[in-house]
Design a binder for this molecule. Structure first.
Ligand code: SF4
Ligand code: SF4
Length: 393
């Protein structure tokens, strides 16, 4: 599913979004931008690539609280990236408390448990490559483009998903609405509304950027305790990249992540035991919906780490496990299908001129060849070949 929405009357058909999408999920057909729900990984690159506000990712609103008897908001640690001291973090917390939720649940302990469990898995693993990411965009990228690497992914749910599961159990007898404050578009896709994700207990996801002016206006001298967990801070600010070890590779930024996954898929990262991947620079504190920049954020997180408490409660491994998929089946079927499709794409690609002109509405001749292989387009739809044919006749 894609969380990206398109506004026709803002769009000037400049094609910048087509060029900025790393998965070639965008095409222009019949004078409209189309986003493929299968190919989109919710990275948000197209939003920043559009200068005309033609693309957005909208979450739920605070008004949605009214549909529930009790409302809980999950607060990720990355939101504190803007705070350069404990005092500022406490003032931010006091402002968040005024948003009107019945309860705020800080994700620090959940993030911290994931951090320490991944560290344990790493100590125990022998030579097998482990890939971890707490970014839904990367997980979706692996599932859609690199299914052979799915078996290398760590089997823990995302911290917000774990917290929501606990809350659902705790408030099973209540009409409880679970909201997640999101630092990036990819986390919006974790919610049931409006995007229809039925695999988590998160009802609504709220984009932090939509509420920045409100939260800022609610900030005062008032303070509320900030529940900062040291391991949680490490997870959102560094992945496991703070460990200096030749077998650990921390890769930030989608372009570099794609490069690392390509190498891993072809078995070219033999020395690497652990790949920690994040779509945003500097991990979750680089999320598109946060108001500060991630470079200052990294320094701020370092300061807050001095004030943070170590992990208080260790969760059981069973409670953290990700819903298992049948990797073998997926891998087997995907390999045969992928090879067949790969051949059909190459066949179509050989006919196309290879100019990547975009006149057909596809970002590249390769993307057009994929559409031809999938039966959505025909060679005749290539404008250059069409013109050549007309000129010759
Ligand atoms: S970047 Fe895409 S959505 Fe934005 S104006 Fe250009 S074609 Fe339209
Ligand atoms: S969110 Fe990312 S993957 Fe989806 S259409 Fe935009 S650029 Fe492409």
């Amino acid at each position: 599913m894609s969380v990206i929405s398109y506004t026709l009357h803002h769009c000037i058909k400049c094609m910048h979004c087509l060029r900025s999408c790393p998965t070639e999920a965008i095409t222009i057909r019949n004078e409209r931008v189309n986003i493929s729900a299968e190919k989109c990984i919710n990275c948000g690159k197209c939003i920043s690539g559009c200068q005309h506000a033609g693309l957005t990712a909208k979450g739920s609103t605070l008004v949605d609280k009214e549909n529930y008897e009790y409302s809980v908001c999950l607060v990720p640690t990355s939101i504190y990236a803007d705070c350069s001291s404990l005092e500022e973090a406490e003032k931010l917390n006091a402002a968040l408390e005024k948003l009107g939720f019945d309860e705020l649940v800080y994700l620090g302990e959940y993030e911290g448990n994931v951090y320490s469990r991944v560290n344990e898995a790493l100590e125990k693993s022998e030579h097998r490559l482990i890939i971890s990411s707490f970014c839904p965009t990367i997980n979706r990228l692996i599932e859609t483009q690199y299914p052979m690497l799915m078996e290398c992914q760590v089997d823990f749910e995302l911290p917000a998903v774990l917290a929501a599961k606990d809350l659902r159990r705790k408030y099973a007898d209540k009409n409880c609405g679970i909201f997640l404050l999101c630092e990036c578009p990819s986390k919006l896709a974790l919610a049931k509304y409006p995007y229809g994700n039925q695999t988590t207990e998160i009802d609504h996801a709220i984009s932090i950027v939509d509420y920045f002016p409100l939260i800022n206006g609610l900030r005062s001298e008032q303070r509320a305790p900030a529940q900062l967990c040291a391991e949680g801070i490490k997870l959102v600010a560094t992945g496991l990249g703070s460990r200096f070890d030749k077998q650990i590779l921390s890769v930030n930024g989608l372009d570099k992540v794609i490069k690392a996954l390509e190498l891993a898929e072809f078995g070219l990262l033999k020395e690497v035991k652990y790949l920690s991947l994040s779509a945003c620079y500097n991990g979750c504190i680089g999320g598109q919906f946060l108001w500060g920049n991630s470079f200052n954020g990294r320094i701020n997180m370092h300061e807050l780490l001095k004030e943070a408490k170590p992990l208080q409660h260790e969760f059981s491994l069973a409670s953290m496990a990700r819903t298992k998929e049948n990797y073998d089946e997926k891998k087997k079927s995907s390999m045969a299908d992928r090879m067949k499709r790969f051949r059909a794409i190459n066949e179509a690609f050989d006919y196309l001129p290879g100019y990547d002109c975009g006149a057909c509405g596809f970002p590249s001749c390769r993307a057009m060849a994929e559409a031809i292989a999938d039966g959505h387009q025909s060679i005749k739809d290539c404008r250059i070949l069409g013109k050549r044919e007309t000129d010759e006749s």
